[in-house]
Structure formats: structure tokens, C-alpha cells
Design a protein around this ligand. Sequence first.
Ligand code: NDP
Length: 295
Amino acid sequence: MTSHTEQSAVTVLGLGPMGRALAGAFLDAGLLTTVWNRTPGRDRELVERGAVGARSAEEAVAASRLTVVCVVNYDAVDGIVRRGAVTGALKGHTVVNLTADTPDRARNTAAWAAEHGIGYLDGAIMTPTTTIGTPAAVFLHSGPTEIYREHRPVLDALGGTHTHLGAEIGRAAAYDIALLDIFWTAMAGYAHALAVARAEGVTARELAPFAKGIGAILPPIFEEAAEEVDSGRFSGEGNPITSAVSSMAHIVHTSEAHGIDAGVMRAAEGMARRAIGRGHGTDGFIRITEILNPR
Ligand code: NDP
């Protein structure tokens, strides 16, 4: 067994699938790891692997200078740490909150931490539990640089890449929201595509290889669109909105002919038509960013 040192001790609050993966990676790295979860019993396997199972959140946070929190949302975080005894035990310690929520909630939690003399970093995990402790994990962090630097060696035990996005505490959550926007909209599109394909007698398995092909053409499109959105100069060369909107209309018609809701595609088509109506028909589809949030 790897030797533990009190100096590198870390506490993990929250032992859902992600919290267990984080605690497991800390243990694998040989760090003395204290764990706690609202519902007892979720720490059994971790304790068998050498973790210290704390009897209360207060006891857990008192055990380490660094506490990593990973629960369902910030209401749950507040329910755990914003209680007299736990808040008191955290004074002079640091919390790295890897729970997902909104930028505003991150700012609010940072204000609470500052008020109580608690160091605070906010973070987001962009990859599934299976990546934790491997090079494939992706972590985003924001908050005071000196706190990040101090705890980076412990966070490195989680593997993967860690990116500090700056001192503004809401930045990690802002990236998280934007990236999850891409993910869930894409998943909604895929679920819809599979429903329409099935109505046309095409199985999900038959479509999957070609669906992967659609995924593969996106990265260079993302790069090009980023240039256009940041510069405010749009080019529809290759695929103007007038052409895109026609293909969207085909999807709406086919879906609705099968009695399948086409609300998501109707929303996208509507925005594209507004862009055309404002005289941007020769621009590419990404011009709708300006319809959604005019600069
Ligand atoms: P969940 O999002 O389901 O979180 C489960 C954890 O939240 C458990 O520890 C649970 O405790 C705790 N919890 C829920 N409600 C409360 C409450 N009211 N008070 C105290 N604790 C509460 O599962 P994950 O572990 O997967 O996710 C944790 C975070 O990680 C989430 O913010 C998620 O978005 C993020 N994440 C997860 C990924 C994944 O692949 N799973 C990927 C990237 C980010 P109890 O056991 O007592 O119910």
C-alpha cells in the first residue's frame, strides 16, 4: 500500500458516481482521503481501499485542509456546508467545488466562503466518471490563482488536464453551461433523428455509423464559426442560411408527417428565417448567434 502523508490529505464530500470516482483517484494516488456522504453506506468500497469514512460532514472537513465537494447541485452543497458547525470547521481551509450549477450560484457560494474565511475555487468536470484518474479527464477551474497553485498538486491526482480559466469565480460554470448546451442540444438532435429514422424504417444501429460521420465534420465547423462570431464577420460561402433553412424545413415536414414533434427543429428554423428576414440570407447558419444575443 502507498504511504499516506497528512500534508496531502483531502476530503471528498458527496459519494455519488462522480464523488466516488474522485475519491478513488485520490486513493490511487496515495493521498490520505477522508470521505462523507449524506446517505450512509456509500463509502464502503472506498473505506475498504483505505479511505477514512467520516461520521459527519463537520468531522470530514476538519480532517483535511482541502475539501472537494461533488454533489447534485448547489442546493445540496449549501445543505451540507452552510451549516454552523461545518462552516466553522472550514474556516482557514479551502473548498474546491466540482459540483455543476450556474455561474451565479458559483459567485454566491464564493461570497459566502469569503465571508467565513474559507478559500474557494469553483470547478467543472467535463468528462464521465470512467475518465477520472486517467489522461482523458478534463477539469476546468476558476477562482484565485494562488489558491489554485497551492492545491494543484492534489488536484493533479485526479489525472487528465486541468485548466485554470482565471480569477473570476463564475468562469468555470460559464464554460460548463456553454459546453453542456452543445452536448444536450446535440443529444436532443440525436434522439429526434433516431425517432424520425425509426418512423422511416431505419434502425438506430443502421444510422449510427453515418451519425458518427456527422459528429466528425463538426470540429472544423466549430473553429470556423468561432472566428466568425468573435469577429462579427460572417460568410455563407459553401452553405448560406437560405440553403440551410430549406434542409431544416424538410426535417420538420418529415417529422410531423409521422406525428413526431419537431419543436426543436422548428425553433432553429425560425431563427434562421429571422436572420434571412433581416437581410443575412447569404451568411452561414452561425449568424443566428447574433439573433439570439445581438452585440
Ligand atoms: P448526482 O448528480 O446524482 O449526485 C449525487 C450526489 O449528490 C450524492 O452524493 C447524493 O447524496 C448527493 N445529494 C443529492 N441531493 C443532496 C442533498 N439534498 N443533500 C446532500 N447531498 C445530496 O451524481 P454524480 O455523482 O454523478 O454527480 C455529481 C456532480 O458531478 C453533478 O453536479 C454532476 O453534474 C457532475 N458531473 C457528473 C458527471 C458524471 O458522469 N456522473 C460528469 C460531469 C460532471 P445521497 O447519496 O445522499 O443521495
